[in-house]
Ligand binder design. Structure first.
Ligand code: CO8
Length: 379
């Protein structure tokens, strides 16, 4: 890396998106869950009966209408209710790397960037396919990068903003000039599709963000004005799946037994109540430190977990009810895609802003964790 790179201003040159072809509507999801519940109740007459799920509840409580998934058929089959793809041999690309690469290629193409210019790949997501080798290194290899480095980082729903700050810090310090942050989220693998409280929440997707030194970026880009990260321990969103599970001597992880904490579990209402004020305050404090106020924000690309949460956060920041133009939603079609949600919103809704206008990417989730990235459009 040349010394001239030191002190470079970091920008977002482009973003990329991979969307699976399968999509599940709330109607399809609820029909499958209810068939499973009926079958369970008939087979277990002395057990606490399972209650039906409801399309109306899902839409009202979350704003979600459908979600993309990597494998629809097995998820909807009441006898399976989890995704099914055959295990791939080691000489084939893993499924997480495959969708990550697709998102990276989209970002590279949009920026007109040659892969030879990329210095690093950060795979920032909620779950990794395996312990090692790192997904980022496999993505680096598949992209055809012959130099540079990659590593994985997991900050649950906040992984993308933590990745953006890490990439921006490399650029600010001169350790890299062009970094791909990639967020492959196959959340269907860790969602308990038999749990009425959470079966509707998540969807699968991959996003990529090309963070670069301003002097090499395409003329049309987003200058990173400031980044800020925050974590605060909470047990309210947990997934206890891990390599030490086998040491507990309780047999394989099961979706329906007492070991459902090896999948996603949360106290949704507590999360809602605690995270909304934490994030609203964080955005305002970060804005103030940059000499900005809520009214300077032309658009907020918020984490896509719940339309109610986003309405309250945007109201606190802007001082009024946000329009869809000020705080766009992709939750209705993508559901919660963990770290990728705010990036999908940015990817689909940033072209129309004018040079000089300011926007905010903000993520929040398990940990708790939250990240804010203030951006200024440059034409
Ligand atoms: N159909 C009908 N009724 C239902 C259903 C359903 N599907 N589910 C629950 N109900 C019932 C409940 O039983 C309850 O009934 P009662 O009042 O009789 O007890 C009633 O509806 C209300 O239930 P809740 O209190 O749970 O409902 P809420 O209004 O709180 O809505 C939400 C639930 C939508 C989950 C809401 O709390 C929410 O969105 N909270 C925020 C959650 C959030 O943002 N979490 C972020 C976590 S994601 C993250 O950090 C990444 C983790 C990694 C992801 C990868 C793994 C997959």
């Amino acid at each position: 890396m040349s010394q001239s790179a030191q002190g470079a201003i970091p920008v977002i040159s482009s973003t990329g998106l991979f969307t699976p072809s399968d999509s599940i509507t709330n109607e399809e999801l609820v029909a499958s869950f209810n068939a499973y519940a009926d079958r369970y109740n008939a087979d277990n007459p002395t057990a606490e009966p399972l209650t039906h799920s409801s399309v109306e509840f899902i839409e009202k409580a979350s704003g979600i209408k459908s979600r993309y998934v990597m494998d629809k058929a097995a998820i909807l089959d009441p006898a399976i209710m989890e995704p099914r793809y055959p295990e791939r041999p080691n000489d084939q690309i893993s499924v997480m790397a495959e969708i990550g690469v697709a998102a990276c290629r989209d970002a590279l193409e949009k920026a007109g960037r040659d892969v030879a210019d990329i210095d690093a790949v950060l795979c920032a997501a909620s779950n990794m396919q395996r312990a090692y080798p790192a997904m980022a290194v496999e993505i680096q290899h598949e992209l055809g990068m012959e130099r540079g480095f990659g590593f994985d980082m997991n900050v649950a729903c906040s992984s993308a903003t933590f990745g953006i700050q890490t990439a921006a810090d490399y650029i600010r310090s001169g350790n890299a000039r062009s970094v791909l942050v990639v967020n492959p989220e196959i959340t269907s693998g860790h969602l308990n599709w038999r749990d009425r409280d959470s079966h509707f929440i998540f969807g699968d997707v991959a996003t990529a963000i090309l963070v670069e030194a301003k002097d090499m970026a395409p003329s049309r880009h987003w200058e990173i004005m400031g980044t800020r990260l925050k974590t605060q321990f909470s047990n309210n969103i947990r997934n206890n799946f891990g390599f030490l599970n086998r040491a507990h001597g309780q047999g394989p992880v099961d979706q329906s037994g007492p070991r459902t904490d090896k999948l996603f579990v949360q106290e949704g209402r507590k999360v809602f109540k605690e995270v909304v004020p934490m994030v609203g305050q964080m955005i305002l404090e970060h804005a103030e430190s940059l000499g900005l106020s809520g009214s300077d924000l032309r658009r907020m690309w918020l984490h896509q977990a719940n339309t109610g949460m986003n309405r309250l956060i945007a109201h606190k920041v802007l001082g009024h009810e946000a329009t869809e133009d000020e705080s766009p939603t992709v939750l209705d079609t993508y559901a919660n895609t963990s770290s990728a949600g705010s990036i999908i919103a940015f990817h689909k809704h940033n072209e129309d802003l004018n040079p000089g206008e300011i926007g905010l990417i903000c993520s929040f989730g398990a940990g708790y964790s939250a990240g804010t990235v203030f951006l200024r459009k440059v034409a």
